[in-house]
Design a binder for this molecule. Structure first.
Ligand code: FAD
Length: 476
């Protein structure tokens, strides 16, 4: 059986940055990075390649899985803030989290990331904040670094090549079982025996490691939750965010996106007192489909190269749901709503705001007259048959308020694509070093339910690696 010092499950940003830090500080360590999906250069989705229109349920989904993780096909927006993108401040003070986020950025820059970032802390940002407040909208403070879809992939390729030379990188390898061991016997957390190593059953044979880091992301969240339940590690349920992607002429948000690239705006609706927020703003970008376990949802991205830009800006409008007893499966709820749009539209559905307000379906004829030309070939339809009334009311109210901040937002031709869903994994009980209830078993990133963005995922990897290094160097 293969034996290593540290095994890491998942080569998304969390796993990548953990592996990087471990071997930079201790080149003598044997680190094994196990990834279910393909190496970065072999990741191909038949939909993104234009070969098929619908998900054909590949054995391993190349969009969500593979070296680089869920962010590999994204435009690499790294938010240099603790205000959003995860919950690391529940474990560490804000200063420490921010410093980790800047360390992630510094490493990215070594691999080719731009040094330029956008900020809300400028005179233009202040003016926009003031205008937003006048509409009861709150602009969150942030610095945002936009790598661009093409550069994001380039950087991941360089990270892949570097890690390939310094750790054992095993792609196309699925971990199926985690077994805590003591003196050659499997042990459970409940019998009070601390394991002295972990055995992993993988699709390429068993592996033993002294220290285990699980970084399975959202793609591996269901598997990881089940694995943790079997190990009697307590889990807390997280939320689900549900909404639409809005697409409109880039000119409508130009002064905002020119000043800060992306504006994170929050609003409490008057009707339901729910928080609606803008998310993932893509100036001159494209709306794309995303495959979540075979269900087509919507997302967006934008290129850095001006020659590759569209004429539209897109962003998500999301409403957060946290369920109380007896229901405790927000993931299933989100998937169910998304599957309704797939059932009616054969995939992602699109509707003009004017048609939604008028209570009628958008059809091909109405779309042909639209001044806004969609960047995604979605099915014209009726989102009121898909989204719950509460969500629709919240979204329409937010669009009307946004119209005061950015006139033109609530035009009849504004396009709404549905549905956009952000799933969050159930959260594990962790120490402030991200160690689970089992000694030397750490859990990081989106899969542990503690992050929901690239910067914090990478930061969680760095932090766990540093805690492990301290322990290995006799610090604990
Ligand atoms: C389309 C899209 C665009 C995005 N854009 C942005 C953005 O611009 N900015 C931002 O901040 N965030 C963005 N995000 C979110 C961001 O990608 C995630 O927050 C981040 O990737 C989380 O990193 P992670 O390492 O925790 O998990 P992931 O990146 O999901 O990586 C986990 C990896 O673990 C592997 N894995 C899972 N289970 C197993 C197993 N049993 N055995 C072996 N391997 C396993 C998976 O294959 C996967 O590659 C985007 C997400 C998507 C889907």
């Amino acid at each position: 059986m293969k034996k290593v010092d540290v095994a890491i499950i998942g080569a998304g940003l969390a796993g990548i940055f953990a592996a990087y830090e471990l071997v930079v500080q201790r080149p003598d360590l044997e680190v094994l990075l196990l990834e279910q999906g393909e190496p970065i250069r072999s990741r191909n989705c038949p939909i993104l390649q234009g070969k098929v229109g619908m998900c054909i349920h590949c054995k391993t989904c190349a969009v969500m899985r593979g070296f680089g993780g869920a962010g590999a096909f994204s435009d690499g927006k790294f938010n240099l803030t603790t205000e959003f993108g995860g919950w690391l401040t529940d474990y560490l003070d804000s200063k420490t989290v921010l410093s980790l986020i800047y360390d992630v950025d510094a490493i990215n820059q070594k691999f080719g990331a731009t040094g330029k970032w956008f900020s809300t802390e400028t005179p233009e940002g202040e003016a926009i904040r003031k205008r937003a407040l006048a509409c009861d909208i709150h602009l969150l403070d942030a610095r945002c670094k936009h790598l661009g879809t093409e550069n994001n992939r380039e950087i991941l390729m360089k990270l892949y090549d570097w890690l390939n030379d310094h750790v054992e990188l095993s792609c196309n390898t699925t971990v199926s079982t985690i077994i805590p061991m003591k003196a050659g016997q499997a042990v459970s957390r409940l019998n009070g025996v601390e394991p002295d190593c972990y055995r992993l059953e993988t699709s390429k044979g068993d592996v033993e490691c002294d220290i285990l880091i699980a970084a399975p992301g959202r793609a591996g969240a269901e598997w990881f939750s089940n694995a943790c339940r079997k190990l009697k590690l307590p889990l807390i349920n997280n939320q689900v965010d549900l909404g639409v992607r809005v697409e409109l002429p880039a000119l409508v948000f130009k002064d905002i996106t020119d000043a800060m690239y992306e504006a994170k705006l929050k609003y409490m609706t008057r009707g339901y007192k729910d928080i609606v927020r803008t998310f993932c703003m893509n100036p001159y970008g494209y709306v794309v489909t995303e495959n979540t376990d075979g269900i087509m949802t919507v997302n967006g991205h934008s290129y850095n190269d001006p020659n590759l830009r569209s004429e539209n800006t897109n962003f998500a409008l999301l409403v957060s749901n946290r369920f109380t007893e007896p229901f405790n499966e927000p993931y299933r709820y989100g998937k169910h709503i998304a599957s309704l749009s797939n059932m009616l539209g054969g995939g992602v559905m699109m509707q003009r705001l004017g048609d939604l307000r008028d209570g009628r379906r958008t059809n091909a004829h109405r779309m042909s007259k639209s001044f806004v030309k969609p960047t995604l070939d979605a099915t014209p339809g009726d989102l009121s048959l898909v989204l719950p009334k509460r969500h629709l009311d919240n979204i329409i109210e937010m669009l009307e308020v946004l119209d005061r901040l950015a006139p033109g937002t609530a035009n009849s031709d504004t396009l709404l694509y549905g549905v956009e869903v952000k799933f969050y994994s159930a959260r594990l009980e962790l120490t402030n070093e991200f160690e689970t209830g089992l000694r030397n078993f750490f859990a990081i990133g989106d899969g542990a339910g503690i992050t929901r963005g690239l910067s914090q995922a990478g930061a969680s990897g760095l932090h766990a690696a540093r805690a492990i290094l301290k322990r290995l160097n006799g610090g604990e």
